[in-house]
Design a protein around this ligand. Structure first.
Ligand code: AMP
Ligand code: MG
Length: 385
């Protein structure tokens, strides 16, 4: 199949005529990849069973992994769901349009091929001028998983989509690089208590503040135990795994304590390292220590002849002497790290490294989503130093 590529001239103000053909393709059962504020989505008519099957085919994704249904205004929600529980109403009022997906009991209108056989449906209203206008013009709810081949990092540019989908779908709408860079937060509001099924840019802290305590699906926190069924079926699949062996470095509590105890061995070592080259590092001692340990381990591998790369940050970049390093963003801005995360992982896949060592991040706020994606990509291989 020839895949058409349509470039949107002004990303924030797409013209109707630029999106009409894409909307027609969606309405008629074809597939169109398009940008949202989170990652690029692979869209198809959510009410058309054969469109859902085509999505699974193009992605190479198991068909029991349900799709998120995208809408452009709140009036499009009631036909898709059996009821709107109070928590769902409050969350939709507060965070829609935005990077939050809500799981509701589904209505009979939504085919089981879209929900992977579940009696619930995941719905999101994106806050992106292209996505929103395209869905509106198509006049159908749009099922749109991330527009990557299953097992590759989610696409954050039209070029990423092109690498995976050229020849497999009707059209790619090119809206440049997306803003957030990690997939939406998913909250299940179909039960008595809201449960976070996937962390994203609407953070746990934001949800706790709005609703009181929300629960967290254990599948977010670590590898699933055998026989346990995660509530978001997608969580059970081996997610993106880089071609290289990825390991994250994390500083132990005990080490941090020592780093702040004057007179301790680590305190003296790191203070002298930090001032030895006369530079004002302006880093927390634990960040300096982590980068120092990552570099030490990477240099050892490099000397042994391994092709190793390091994922670091703007603040720590200069500390590294290893030959292959890429900054994932600024520590001072978690948003920049989320924004670059999948692009950096794709770059390392293209570079063909055998090993990647990465710095880790705090688990709070957007860091929760960042560490969830990085830990999964690392197969939960976390080296505590
Ligand atoms: P993606 O489309 O790539 O953003 O992935 C969609 C995620 O949403 C997967 O992890 C799915 O398992 C999850 N999901 C979609 N529909 C439901 C649902 N009805 N209940 C729980 N999780 C869902
Ligand atoms: Mg995905």
């Amino acid at each position: 199949m020839d895949t058409k590529r349509v470039e949107i001239k002004d990303r924030m103000h797409p013209k109707e005529e630029e999106l009409l053909e894409a909307a027609r393709i969606l309405r008629e059962g074809g597939l169109v990849a398009f940008p949202t504020e989170t990652v690029y989505g692979l869209g198809g008519n959510a009410l058309d069973e054969s469109a859902a099957r085509k999505i699974y085919g193009a992605k190479g994704r198991p068909s029991d992994n349900p799709l998120i249904v995208h809408i452009s205004c709140i009036d499009e929600l009631p036909p898709l769901v059996k009821e709107i529980p109070t928590a769902g109403r409050i969350l939709a009022e507060t965070y829609w349009p935005g990077p939050l997906t809500l799981v509701f009991p589904k209505s009979d209108l939504v085919p089981e091929s879209t929900t992977g056989g579940l009696d619930t449906v995941a719905v999101r209203m994106p806050d992106d001028p292209i996505a929103s206008q395209l869905i509106h013009l198509s006049r159908v709810p749009v099922a749109a998983p991330s527009a990557n081949t299953s097992g590759r990092p989610s696409p954050t540019t039209a070029d990423h989509v092109w690498q995976d989908m050229n020849g497999k779908i009707e059209m790619v709408v090119d809206g440049g690089q997306v803003g957030i860079g990690v997939e939406s937060t998913i909250v299940d509001v179909s039960g008595p208590v809201p449960v976070i099924l996937r962390p994203g840019a609407v953070t746990q802290e934001m949800l706790d503040e709005l609703l009181g305590k929300v629960l967290i699906d254990p599948a977010i926190l670590g590898p699933m135990e055998k026989g346990v069924r995660p509530k978001a079926p997608g969580m059970k699949y081996k997610h993106y795994a880089p071609k290289a062996d990825l390991a994250l470095f994390e500083v132990k509590e005990e080490t941090i304590k020592q780093l702040y105890t004057p007179g301790s061995r680590l305190y003296s070592l790191i203070s002298s390292q930090m001032i030895s080259d006369g530079r004002n590092w302006n880093l927390k001692p634990e960040t300096f220590y982590m980068a120092w340990k990552v570099n030490e381990a990477a240099m050892e591998m490099e000397k042994a002849g391994a092709k190793i790369g390091v994922i670091c940050t703007d603040e720590t970049m200069d500390l590294y002497t290893v030959s292959l390093k890429r900054s994932i963003g600024k520590r001072a801005s978690e948003a920049s790290v989320a924004h670059n995360l999948y692009g950096v992982l794709r770059e390392f896949d293209d570079l063909g490294s055998d090993y990647i060592y990465s710095e880790s991040f705090s688990q709070t706020h957007l860091g929760g989503a960042i560490m969830n994606r990085l830990s999964k990509a690392a197969g939960y291989r976390i080296l505590r130093v």
